[in-house]
Design a binder for this molecule. Structure first.
Ligand code: KIV
Ligand code: ZN
Length: 524
C-alpha cells in the first residue's frame, strides 16, 4: 500500500469568507488561522490581498504571526494583484505562496474576458513569472477548468509549469463536474503533462458544491493523480460552498483501503473545535445533521441503534467521535469555582489568554454561574468566542424587561448606555413577539433601523438552564449583511445582545466594508 501525502489547502479565510454575510474582521481571521495551524493544515489561503486594505492586512498579519502552515494570497493575473499578494505573504518567508488565477473555459474566454486561447496562455505565463519574482512557491488556477476543453487545459498546464508554477489547481468553479468525469480529467492531465507524471509539479483540486458533489469529486481526483485538495471548514464558501475539509480528511482516514493509503497531516482531534470556531466567527450555523461536525452526527435515537451501540459501538458508528474531537465530558464548573479553576480549564481547552482576558472571561463566568447550576466546557468556549468577536461597544445593554403572552401585545423596555455617556437612555417598543419588541426598542434608542434577515438559536450546553446562543444577520440599509452574536441563559436577552452586537459591528465597520465592496474586483 502506498502512503502518499495529500496536501490540505484550507481556503476558509478566502473562498469561505466569500460566502454572503460571512466576512470576518482581522481579530476573527487571526483566531481562525491559529486554529487552522493547530488543526495542522498544510496551506492556509488567508485572503485576496488586492481586494481591500482589510484583506491585505489580514494576509500580512497571518503571514507574520502563524507558524507552521504555508500562507497563500490570491491574485488575478494582473501586476497590481500579484505585487499586493507578494508584499502580503512576504513575512512568511519561504512559507509564502502566491496563488494566481485566470479563467480558461470557452464561456469565460468569450463572454467574460474577450480573449483568445493564445492570449490566455500568454497572460497566465506572465502572471506566474511575475509571482516567481516574489516567492518560490507559486500556484496557478485555470478558473472554470472543469468546463475547459481538456486539450487546451493540457497546454495551459504545461505552459504555467514551465513558467515556474509548482502547483496547478484544477477548479470546478461552478460545481459542474461529476466524479467519474472529473477523475478522468485529472487522469488525462496527469498522463499528458510530463511535469505532473515526473512529480515536478503537483495537481490540486478545488471543488464547489452546487450539485452536492464537491467532496465526491475531490476524492475521485485524488484517486486519479491529484495530491492537493482545497477545502474549507464546514464546507463554507461561495454559493453552495466548497468541499468540506472534515469530510475529505475523515473519508481518507476511515476508508484508507479505498484510498490506497493516501493520508494527510491533519490532527483530526481538532476538527470539532475548528468547526465551532469557524461557525462562530463567520456567523454560519452548522446544520445539525452535517457529517462529522453536526450535533447529530454521532447521536443515535432509535432503540435498535442504541442497543447495537451498547453491544458494540462499530455496529452503527464508522468513526470514533473522540477521534474528531467530540469530547469526553468534563466535570462542569459551578459558581463556586475560582479564577484559578477557570483559568486552568481555559488552558485545557487550548485557549492561550492574557491575564486581562482571563479576568474578562471570569467576570462573565460569574454572571452565568449565578444563573445556572453548572458551567460546561461549551459554555466557556462560547464566552471566549464571544470575547474574540467583540466589537467596540458603542451601545451596551443595561436592562431589559419583556412582557408577552397569547393575550398581550408583546412589549419590551430596554435601557442602553452609549459609550462615554454619563446617562443611560430608556425606551420601549412593541412587536410581533418578544424578540421583535426588544429589537424595535433598540432601534428607537440607537436611531438605526435594521432588518433581520437570518436568525438561529442553539442551546450551547445541556439541561433546562442551558445557555442559548443567538446568531443573526441584519441589514442596516446598505445591502451588506452584518452578523451579530449573543449568549445568555434567557433567549430574549441573547437575541437583544446579538442584535446590539450587530449594531455595534455595523457602526465600527460599515464604512470601510461599504467602500471595500465598491472597489472590489470581480470575485472568482
Ligand atoms: O472557484 C474557483 O475557481 C476559485 C479559484 C480562484 C481557485 O476559487
Ligand atoms: Zn472557489
Amino acid at each position: 500500500m502506498s502512503n502518499e501525502r495529500i496536501t490540505i489547502f484550507d481556503t476558509t479565510l478566502r473562498d469561505g469568507e466569500q460566502c454572503p454575510g460571512a466576512s470576518m474582521n482581522l481579530r476573527e481571521k487571526l483566531e481562525v488561522a491559529r486554529q487552522l495551524a493547530r488543526l495542522k493544515v498544510d496551506v492556509i489561503e488567508a485572503g485576496f490581498p488586492v481586494i481591500s486594505d482589510g484583506d491585505f492586512t489580514a494576509v500580512q498579519t497571518i503571514a507574520r504571526e502563524i507558524k507552521g502552515p504555508r500562507i497563500a494570497g490570491l491574485a488575478r493575473c494582473v501586476a497590481r494583484d500579484i505585487d499586493a499578494a507578494g508584499a502580503a505573504v512576504k513575512p512568511a518567508g519561504k512559507r509564502g505562496r502566491i496563488h494566481v488565477f485566470l479563467a480558461t473555459s470557452k464561456i469565460h474566454r468569450e463572454f467574460k474576458l474577450g480573449k483568445a486561447q493564445d492570449e490566455i496562455i500568454r497572460l497566465a505565463v506572465e502572471g506566474v513569472k511575475r509571482a516567481r519574482g516574489f516567492v518560490q512557491d507559486v500556484e496557478f488556477s485555470p478558473e472554470d477548468a472543469s468546463r475547459t476543453e481538456p486539450d487546451f487545459l493540457v497546454e495551459v498546464c504545461r505552459a504555467v509549469v514551465r513558467a515556474g508554477a509548482t502547483t496547478v489547481n484544477i477548479p470546478d468553479t461552478v460545481g459542474w463536474a461529476v466524479p467519474e468525469e472529473y477523475g478522468a480529467l485529472i487522469r488525462h492531465l496527469h498522463e499528458n503533462v510530463d511535469e505532473f507524471r515526473k512529480g515536478r509539479a503537483v495537481i490540486s483540486v478545488h471543488c464547489h458544491n452546487d450539485l452536492g458533489l464537491a467532496v465526491a469529486n475531490s476524492l475521485a481526483a485524488v484517486r486519479n493523480g491529484a495530491r492537493q485538495v482545497e477545502c474549507t471548514v464546514n464546507g463554507i464558501g461561495e454559493r453552495a460552498g466548497n468541499a468540506a475539509l472534515e469530510e475529505i480528511v475523515m473519508a481518507l482516514r476511515t476508508r484508507a483501503e479505498v484510498f490506497r493509503g493516501f493520508d494527510c497531516g491533519v490532527n483530526t482531534r481538532e476538527i470539532v473545535k475548528s468547526s465551532r470556531l469557524v461557525s462562530r466567527m463567520s456567523g454560519l450555523v452548522v446544520q445539525r445533521s452535517k457529517a462529522i461536525v453536526g450535533e447529530n452526527a454521532f447521536a443515535h435515537s432509535s432503540g435498535i441503534h442504541q442497543d447495537g451501540i451498547l453491544k458494540k459501538r462499530e455496529t452503527y458508528e464508522i468513526m470514533n467521535p473522540r477521534h474528531v474531537g467530540w469530547g469526553a465530558t468534563e466535570l462542569p464548573l459551578t459558581k463556586h469555582s475560582g479564577r484559578a479553576a477557570v483559568s486552568a480549564r481555559l488552558k485545557h481547552l487550548g485557549f492561550k489568554m492574557t491575564d486581562a482576558e482571563v479576568q474578562a472571561i471570569f467576570s462573565r463566568f460569574k454572571e452565568i454561574g449565578d444563573k445556572k447550576k453548572f458551567v460546561y466546557d461549551d459554555d466557556l468556549r462560547t464566552l471566549v468566542e464571544g470575547h474574540i468577536t467583540e466589537v467596540p461597544e458603542t451601545w451596551s445593554l443595561e436592562y431589559l424587561n419583556v412582557t408577552s403572552g397569547n393575550q398581550t401585545v408583546p412589549t419590551a423596555t430596554v435601557r442602553l448606555r452609549r459609550a462615554g455617556s454619563a446617562e443611560a437612555e430608556t425606551d420601549a417598543g412593541t412587536g410581533d413577539g418578544p424578540v421583535d419588541a426588544a429589537l424595535k426598542a433598540i432601534d428607537r434608542l440607537t436611531k438605526i433601523r435594521g432588518k433581520l434577515i437570518d436568525y438561529a438559536l442553539r442551546a450551547v450546553s445541556q439541561g433546562k438552564d442551558a445557555m442559548g446562543e443567538v446568531t443573526m444577520k441584519a441589514d442596516f440599509g446598505t445591502g451588506d449583511l452584518v452578523t451579530g452574536k449573543g449568549a445568555s441563559t434567557d433567549v430574549i436577552e441573547a437575541s437583544a445582545r446579538a442584535y446590539l452586537n450587530a449594531v455595534n459591528r455595523f457602526l465600527s465597520e460599515s464604512r470601510p466594508r461599504a467602500s471595500a465592496a465598491r472597489q472590489r474586483p470581480p470575485q472568482p
